[in-house]
Design a protein. Structure first.
Length: 202
C-alpha cells in the first residue's frame, strides 16, 4: 500500500474544500503510481493497492469516498472485489468506478450490472476520469445527505406518532374519567331522588 496526499504537491495545485479519499486498485504498480500522483495533484488523498485482498482489508479498516477498481487482476479480480463491497451493509453504498483494459461493451455492462457506479475503459483521458470521479463523489454526497434528511424526517414522524399515541391514550383516559363522573353523578342523583321520595311519603 502506498499513499499520495496533498502534502506531496505544491499548494497552488491543491483544490479547495474537504479532502476526498480515493482507493486506487490495480495490479500494475506503474499505473498506480501515475494515477496516484495525478489524483494527488487534484487535491485527493490517494491510497494505492495492487491486489484485491489488500483492497478489501483497507476498505474494512477505513472510510473512502471512492474506489477506482481495475476489473481484471490476478488472484482476486476486480469483479470479485466489487461483489464483496456490494454484499456488505457497511460498504454497499461505497462509490466504485471500474477501470478495465477491455474495450468491449460487455465489460461495461458486466461492471454496471454488478453494481459499479461508472465504467472507464483503458487507455483513458485523465481529465475525463477526473470529471467522472467528481460526478460520482458529488452524487454519493447528495445521496448521503438525502438519506440523513430522510432519517431525520423519519425520526420526527416517529416522535409525532408517539406524541399522537400518547394524546389518544390521554383522551381515552379523560373520556373514561368523564363517564365515571357522569355515572357517579347519576348514582347520587338517583339516591337523592329516593331520599326525597321517602321524605315526601313521610
Amino acid at each position: 500500500m502506498e499513499l499520495f496526499s496533498r502534502d506531496d504537491i505544491p499548494a497552488g495545485l491543491v483544490r479547495r474544500g474537504p479532502t476526498r479519499t480515493i482507493l486506487a486498485v490495480d495490479d500494475s504498480r506503474t499505473n498506480l503510481n501515475v494515477l496516484g500522483r495525478r489524483l494527488a495533484h487534484l487535491g485527493y488523498l490517494v491510497v494505492l493497492s495492487d491486489n484485491g485482498h489488500e483492497a478489501l482489508d483497507l476498505i474494512a479498516a477505513r472510510g473512502f469516498d471512492l474506489v477506482l477498481l481495475d476489473m481484471v487482476m490476478p488472484g482476486m479480480s476486480g469483479m470479485h472485489v466489487l461483489t464483496e463491497i456490494r454484499s456488505s451493509r457497511e460498504t454497499a453504498d461505497l462509490p466504485v468506478i471500474m477501470v478495465t483494459g477491455r474495450s468491449d461493451a460487455g465489460a461495461a455492462i458486466e461492471a454496471l450490472a454488478a453494481g459499479a457506479d461508472d465504467h472507464v475503459p483503458k487507455p483513458f483521458d485523465f481529465q475525463v476520469l477526473a470529471a467522472r470521479i467528481d460526478r460520482v463523489i458529488d452524487r454519493a454526497r447528495h445521496i448521503a445527505e438525502l438519506k440523513r434528511s430522510n432519517a431525520t424526517l423519519d425520526a420526527r414522524v416517529a416522535a409525532r406518532a408517539m406524541e399522537l399515541g400518547e394524546a389518544r391514550v390521554e383522551l381515552a383516559e379523560t373520556r373514561a374519567d368523564r363517564l365515571r363522573l357522569i355515572a357517579s353523578l347519576q348514582l347520587l342523583n338517583d339516591r337523592f331522588e329516593r331520599l326525597s321520595g321517602t321524605s315526601d311519603a313521610g
